[in-house]
Design a binder for this molecule. Structure first.
Ligand SMILES: [Zn+2]
Length: 275
């Protein structure tokens, strides 16, 4: 998969993933490379997010990898389960994921996973299970107003607001600053809908300038932000040849936020959601 991503994508019938890893700054890493970078940059624990595969079989394969990696590095890794609504029994897959140590679901991107998107009937049962288990549901969100890039998929923000209102007991983690949804939190309806929604900074430098930290912090509070990177994405492609966290950490640390907020963003919010 790492040596020949395009060949692997063809074999697995995962054209969207193949496009992202071959045409943009997205890469892929094995756990040993990941651990080496974590040690180098002073990262203690990470949450491995899963991919939004187009095929149920690839999602099952990634769950098997995550299970093996958690087994190897239980002190350094947490993991999400990959899920696909066409799995023969998605709830059974999730129960098995809980047994191997997963603690959340996603990233999901229903718009790319099946032609029917959120209308696929299995999502309702998956969400009900996640709410019952108090598992956070991680979503890939694209900015509504922003730049174009290979494989861009629209994720309408108002659809998400409706979804959060329909599932008020469910916790959500929205990647990539939620596609700018925090900017709309001044709207009363949106603010209410975001009661159980957290945001991560994955890919932030590719999308926003460094004032994003202070802006979202002031809009939503430090307790709603998690430090995310999208590793092994190259976050500063003109300045770095290999992925890592040190520049993004520097960006956050020079944002002028108080120490207590940095503690929340870099550690406490992670522990609260993922143990
Ligand atoms: Zn994403």
């Amino acid at each position: 998969m790492i040596a020949d991503p395009l060949g692997w994508a063809r074999q697995q019938a995962e054209p969207h993933w193949g496009r992202l890893v071959s045409e943009g700054p997205q890469g892929w890493a094995d756990p040993e490379a990941l651990l080496r970078c974590m040690d180098r940059d002073g990262i203690e624990t990470i949450l491995l997010q899963a991919w939004y595969w187009e095929n149920a079989e690839t999602a099952r394969l990634q769950n098997a990898w995550h299970a093996e990696w958690l087994d190897r590095h239980p002190d350094r890794l947490r993991a999400c389960a990959a899920i696909h609504p066409d799995m023969s029994d998605p709830l059974e897959e999730l129960k098995q994921a809980a047994e191997w140590g997963a603690c959340a679901i996603g990233e999901c991107l229903p718009q790319i996973q099946t032609p029917t998107g959120w209308l696929h009937p299995a999502w309702a049962a998956i969400l009900e299970w996640a709410t019952q288990q108090d598992w956070t549901f991680c979503l890939h969100v694209t900015e509504t107003v922003g730049h174009d890039y290979p494989g861009r998929v629209d994720t309408p923000l108002m659809e998400l607001v409706d979804l959060f209102e329909q599932h008020r007991g469910q916790k959500w983690l929205l990647a990539h600053w939620g596609g700018g949804l925090p900017f709309h939190s001044l709207n009363r309806r949106v603010r209410k809908a975001l009661a159980n929604v957290w945001f991560d900074s994955a890919a932030s430098p590719l999308l926003y300038d460094s004032r994003i930290w202070r802006t979202v912090h002031d809009l939503l509070g430090p307790e709603k932000i998690l430090f995310g990177s999208d590793f092994p994405l190259l976050l500063y492609p003109s300045r770095e040849r290999s992925p890592g966290w040190s520049r993004l950490l520097q960006e956050l640390e020079s944002s002028g936020l108080p120490e207590s907020s940095l503690q929340a963003i870099l550690s406490d919010n992670f522990s609260a959601l993922f143990g």
